[in-house]
Design a protein around this ligand. Structure first.
Ligand code: SF4
Ligand code: SF4
Length: 285
């Protein structure tokens, strides 16, 4: 059973148009590794930071199924199982393995996955086969000169690329992947991290380009200035509203993202059951 964009608006807590719809999601932190190096990324294992890229521990695909079982018992309003890191879902096989297991045991739960898109063209067929219902791709720029200021480099098929060369490969793969997956009917959401000093004037171009490639919904996430972008500023409300209005001319803009942890569970902005879930920290590779 595949969920359409209209189904997602009714049943996915993050797609509800306007007010929250009181549905819940459980994020399963099965993907630690990453194949690109975003300058703002500070992945961490801790119990306290309330932001993406953080989880209390990493779990195996089998433990993820246990976590979903327990999550739906604790919070029957959970309609979505998602993998949002803390690294990239396609850099290791664990996210797709997890979704295959979830599909068998919970055929009615929405399967939601986020990726940086580097490997999207080559995994598109598997994503379609696994039955992912909603795919988020983070695209921070469609101009390699701008992307190179946001992402230091990539590791692609065993080789390291940096600067503009890396940016060109990343952008090309993100857009080709979005096109391929969206043509199958899977709903694509694109996230862009808004960085006032780097991509604020470029976000509208990203919105237009990803819409042309088949993305349905667009989420502008204000930068948390950290790691190599700690010199940048936090976008103010005026800038966020301006950029959202510009993007809205091309694509539906999502306005209430909570910037959840990679092990968030419960109703976004409401009941939080993440600390009650069984999550066993394992040694990272
Ligand atoms: Fe961090 Fe995600 Fe960028 Fe990888 S893709 S470096 S996990 S922000
Ligand atoms: Fe929804 Fe944003 Fe949280 Fe993802 S990070 S589950 S889009 S509120």
């Amino acid at each position: 059973m595949a969920f359409t964009y209209e189904d997602l608006k009714k049943n996915h807590p993050c797609f509800a148009a306007g007010a929250k719809n009181n549905k819940g999601r459980v994020h399963l932190p099965v993907s630690y590794g990453c194949n690109i190096a975003c300058n703002f990324c500070k992945r961490d294992i801790n119990d306290t930071d309330n932001r993406p890229g953080v989880a209390s521990g990493i779990i195996t695909p089998q433990e993820a199924v246990d976590a979903v079982r327990r999550a739906v018992e604790l919070c029957p309003d959970i309609t979505v199982a998602g993998v949002a890191g803390p690294g990239d879902t396609l850099a290791t096989p664990y996210a797709l393995q997890t979704f295959r297991l979830i599909k068998q045991e919970f055929p009615h739960i929405i399967k939601c996955m986020s990726t940086n898109g580097l490997l999207l063209p080559e995994y598109a067929d598997e994503i379609i086969d696994v039955g992912i219902d909603s795919l988020t791709v983070t695209v921070n720029a469609v101009d390699p000169e701008i992307q190179a200021q946001i992402c230091e480099g990539i590791v692609y098929h065993g080789k390291r690329y940096t600067g503009i060369e890396a940016a060109k490969i990343l952008i090309q793969n993100q857009l080709a992947g979005i096109k391929k997956v969206s043509q199958s009917g899977i709903t694509i959401k694109v996230n862009t991290v808004l960085i006032p000093e780097i991509n604020a004037d470029h976000v509208v171009e990203v919105a237009k380009t990803v819409a042309q490639h088949g993305a349905k919904i667009y989420n502008i996430i204000p930068l948390i200035p950290q790691h190599k972008l700690s010199w940048c500023s936090t976008p103010g409300c005026d800038l966020i509203s301006k950029v959202r209005s510009e993007a809205q001319a091309y694509i539906n803009v999502f306005r209430h993202c909570q910037r959840c942890r990679a092990d968030a569970a419960g109703i976004p902005g409401g009941k939080d059951i993440s600390s009650s879930l069984y999550i066993r920290p394992v040694k990272l590779e």
